[in-house]
Design a protein around this ligand. Structure first.
Ligand code: CA
Ligand code: CA
Ligand code: CA
Length: 588
């Protein structure tokens, strides 16, 4: 029984809630969903937001939400639900013209590394979509303060270069989404410069007060700043990034035109929506406001009317209860799951398979299929390999968890070769390591920032040659995922195991069923038994290894979908990642 594996009361509440939601559809008003009281989250010191500050516990105890079991993706062209994304910082990826800065043509030259478009070859990573961090002109190196939404950063190339990149990516079956930063602009944007002039129609593009209102931001930061016109403007993140006034219909119209331009005239496939929870303030309430939800619902209807296949994925750096609201009400297609990312890394560091199983079960049932962006870390967080203290077994386990569980994976560039970095954001956005050549093969000159010292040993070229490398592990895992609709969109069925070190679950789709076994502990495990009260497909099976060794065993799933004490016949070594496909044994 599931309850045998619980060690924390909070999870008992969550799991019991889930079980009742999933097994009692007859009590549901609409047949497949049940209103439940939201469980109370226990916040730990690692629960931080983008400011590195503790998440506000008050935002947790909020209204009732609906939990549904994972549903099945329909064949309706919703490409993102089976995609694997790769997050690229163009400035740090590959420099094609010897100025020390990564650029579009450099990215084009490296597309064959990401996905060569040929399923027969296995020298490419196998990602099927790119998220490009800001590509617009900007005074900063990172680009989150935009000065022109209709152009590209000249450091990265020309608009023609960008169009060529889109075309080259699409030829390989790779979709491209770009960062859309609409919460704020740069102070150098012409809108803001003109807003400073008296009687300007652009004044209302921003948020002003004659006197300093005096209140501070969600984490106590200064948000009201004095401008040269003597008035105070609101800027949540930085005084160089004034917040736009999205209540102003003229600003909304500007943003709609920008979105139309990139979707229709340029041909991008969607957007990563920066700072999505901060769009509209209601005085001192500065995140997740009703007006922000309303604005996004209208925005969603707008971009879907232009291009039904276009998507948004939102940066809602908040607990899952807040984040899921944005996808349950058709405001965005996906949001990133920051809670799950943090749990994966902390539970793997702590070798705590029980907590991770509970969290995966909860999170994957909270989010509708294909609406949850899963990842380990992004450009704002210490890199995975650093968080995992350079333990490559743990890096493999972390990758295995998020690449075999429900959700749409986002790989942060360099994660697949184990790049390190922490602290100052520049340190986690350093150049990709392509080879052992000078400057990691990133550039022929002095780069804008130096690659990490370990590039002679840690780079793409070396890891492609080493079948045991982290890169080869990612390549194999993505090939397995890309060929399995169960891994992409199947139901998540947690299996309870007799060992607290073993994380095990199944992924079950209409025609496919996959077993995953991970040893998070530091000791080998023998005689591990697995069970589930429900959810598997009845029948007798042998297990075909997709990752791991051939084993001699027959698995029997009862008519009610339960698995009763299946004993895994071999030792599961510390750090093992085992993936098996269920192959039905014909009735004789
Ligand atoms: Ca360059
Ligand atoms: Ca290939
Ligand atoms: Ca705002």
């Amino acid at each position: 029984m599931i309850s045998r594996r619980l060690n924390k009361p909070v999870f008992l509440l969550i799991i019991l809630t889930l079980v009742s939601a999933c097994t009692a559809p007859q009590s549901s008003p609409n047949g497949n969903a049940v209103q439940v009281n939201e469980p109370v989250l226990t916040l730990t010191p690692t629960d931080v937001d983008e400011w590195g500050q503790p998440l506000n516990a008050q935002t947790v105890n909020e209204p009732v939400i609906t939990l549904t079991p994972t549903d099945v993706v329909q064949e309706n062209g919703e490409w993102w639900k089976t995609a694997v994304f790769y997050q690229v910082f163009v400035r740090g990826f590959y420099d094609s013209n010897g100025d020390g800065i990564g650029d579009f043509r450099g990215l084009i030259q490296k597309l064959d590394y990401l996905n060569d478009g040929n399923p027969e070859t296995a020298t490419d990573l196998g990602v099927t979509a790119l998220w490009l961090m800001p590509i617009h002109p900007s005074p900063s190196y990172h680009g989150y303060d935009v000065t022109d939404y209709y152009n590209v950063n000249p450091d990265y190339g020309t608009m023609d270069d960008f169009r060529e990149l889109i075309e080259a990516a699409h030829q390989r079956g790779i979709k491209v989404i770009i960062d859309l930063v609409i919460n704020h602009t740069s102070t150098q944007h012409t809108w803001f410069k003109q807003a400073l002039e008296s009687e300007s129609p652009f004044y209302d593009y921003y948020i002003w007060q004659d006197e300093n209102p005096g209140y501070s931001g969600p984490q106590g930061q200064v948000v009201w700043h004095r401008a040269s016109n003597g008035k105070y403007y609101y800027a949540l993140f930085w005084d160089q990034m004034p917040d736009l006034n999205l209540k102003n219909p003229a600003v909304k119209e500007e943003i709609y035109q920008i979105v139309r331009f990139w979707l229709e005239d340029v041909g991008v496939d969607g957007f990563r929506l920066d700072a999505a929870k901060h769009l509209i303030e209601e005085e001192t309430q500065q995140e997740n406001t009703a007006l922000t939800h309303e604005w996004l619902a209208n925005f969603y209807a707008y971009y879907k009317s232009l291009k039904p296949q276009a998507i948004t994925v939102g940066e809602v750096w908040a607990n899952s209860f807040e984040a899921v609201r944005y996808v349950r009400n058709s405001e965005m297609d996906m949001v990133f799951n920051f809670d799950l990312a943090r749990s994966i890394l902390s539970n793997i560091n702590d070798r705590d398979a029980i907590s991770l199983s509970n969290t995966l079960t909860f999170e994957t049932r909270l989010f509708p299929t294909g609406s949850m962006g899963v990842f380990l870390t992004n450009h704002d967080q210490d890199r995975v390999m650093t968080v995992l203290m350079k333990d490559i077994d743990k890096a493999r386990l972390a990758a295995a968890v998020y690449l075999t569980s429900p959700g749409v994976p986002f790989i942060y560039y360099g994660e697949e070769i184990g790049l390190t970095g922490q602290g100052d954001h520049r340190n986690i956005r350093t150049p990709m390591h392509w080879s052992s050549e000078r400057m990691a093969g990133f550039t022929s000159t002095t780069p804008w920032i130096f690659p990490k010292m370990d590039y002679p040993e840690k780079n793409v070229q070396k890891q492609l040659e080493d079948p045991e490398s982290l890169l080869r592990f990612y390549i194999n895992l993505l090939r397995i995922r890309n060929q399995s609709d169960a891994l992409q969109t199947g139901q998540f069925i947690p299996l309870s195991s007799s060992s607290p070190s073993i994380l095990s679950y199944a992924r079950v789709s209409q025609n496919d069923q996959i077993l995953i076994l991970l040893n998070l502990g530091d000791q080998p495990q023998n005689g591990v038994t697995l069970r589930s009260p429900e959810g598997l497909k009845p029948g007798r099976y042998r297990l075909q290894p997709l990752a791991g060794r051939l084993i001699d065993a027959i698995v029997s799933v009862e008519q009610n979908g339960s698995l009763d004490d299946f004993e895994f016949p071999e030792t599961i070594a510390a750090g093992d990642v085992l993936i098996y496909q269920f192959i039905q044994i014909p009735e004789s």
